[in-house]
Design a protein. Structure first.
Length: 333
């Protein structure tokens, strides 16, 4: 009888241990810089006895292409903004969360607990993790004071500027600059105006860049004093590199983004929920804000006082149409 009891208890121990640990498993993240710091990875790996693999991407287009190519199998979690859920959901690449597995969900500020853009058929497909903007960075020593996107279309600045290589954000930003009512829902005449404006700018741009680091490396290489930036992080990084730069949202406005962790259809759900839960701890959010300047979702962020000038990302009227237009812009002479 004792042997039977011992065997049964041993079985229970093994079952319990395997149910609540993630031994020999791997969490794969597809994301932008700032969402997978090494100290977070080290802490997570130690806590859950799991490995974390990170693939940094340079644009939303690159991340979608990678996720689509593997039908959601290569990543467990991807960092995508709120405008992209119809695209990923329509392609069958993501699946919903079980919020009962997110003990830190209540840490989110109310505005980030109830985000309609991440809901599909009544289920939550994304958890808010950070917000910010895509503004203008300029060298103060070269330009003094700038308050308008005009600088990015000024022939005097030809060869001094770089622009992120991103379909939707360039079209939206040009539409904002042109004062269009809804930069996410353009008609044919408006899109033609945007296209011509971007072609006009292309003739002044030194190069397009992909990713935070590439943009900053090009800027640091010399001769560049203006950048259509991927966000606040680039200002902090360039300042750390010794550049006297300033990040602004010009008077015409700019793009605002809210990033989330979305869970792919091929995800290890337990590991994915564990990482997201870890990410919305206040201490994690504070480090992210301190290091990169991203807006936090668990508490107010100091210094980010331009939300009233932001056009928050929304789904575009026809992304494939936009992609064709952007390719035409880049191919123009």
């Amino acid at each position: 009888m004792k042997k039977i009891i011992y065997t049964f208890l041993s079985f229970l121990f093994v079952f319990s241990y395997s149910s609540f640990t993630f031994a020999a498993k791997e969490l794969s993240l597809g994301c932008f810089e700032g969402y997978a710091e090494q100290e977070w990875i080290d802490e997570f790996e130690a806590k859950y006895d799991a490995k974390v693999k990170v693939k940094y991407v340079g644009s939303v287009d690159e991340l979608f292409a990678l996720t689509q190519a593997s039908k959601g199998e290569d990543f467990d979690l991807i960092s995508i903004d709120t405008s992209l859920f119809p695209r990923y959901g329509g392609a069958g690449l993501i699946k919903p969360y079980d919020t009962s597995k997110l003990s830190n969900f209540s840490n989110l500020m109310p505005a980030f607990q109830d985000v309609k853009e991440v809901m599909i058929d009544g289920e939550m497909y994304g958890v808010s993790i950070a917000w910010g903007s895509l503004g203008l960075i300029y060298d103060v020593d070269v330009h003094g004071e700038i308050d308008s996107w005009d600088a990015m279309w000024d022939p005097a600045n030809a060869g001094k500027m770089i622009v992120l290589d991103d379909t939707n954000n360039n079209i939206v930003n040009a539409a904002i600059y042109l004062g269009m009512d809804n930069p996410y829902n353009l008609n044919e005449a408006e899109m033609e105006q945007v296209k011509q404006k971007l072609i006009e700018q292309k003739n002044l741009v030194r190069t397009y860049y992909a990713g935070f680091d590439e943009g900053n490396q090009i800027f640091d290489g010399g001769g560049i004093s203006l950048m259509f930036s991927m966000g606040e992080f680039q200002e902090k990084a360039l300042q750390d590199m010794g550049h006297n730069v300033k990040y602004i949202i010009p008077k015409e406005g700019g793009i605002g983004w809210l990033d989330t962790w979305a869970m792919t259809t091929g995800a290890d759900e337990d590991l994915a929920h564990a990482w997201v839960n870890f990410f919305i701890e206040k201490s994690t959010q504070e480090l992210m804000n301190e290091r990169y300047g991203y807006g936090t979702v668990t508490h107010e962020s100091s210094g980010l006082d331009y939300a009233d000038r932001l056009n928050w990302l929304q789904p575009a009227e026809d992304f494939e149409w936009r992609n064709r237009v952007w390719n035409e812009v880049k191919a123009s002479n």
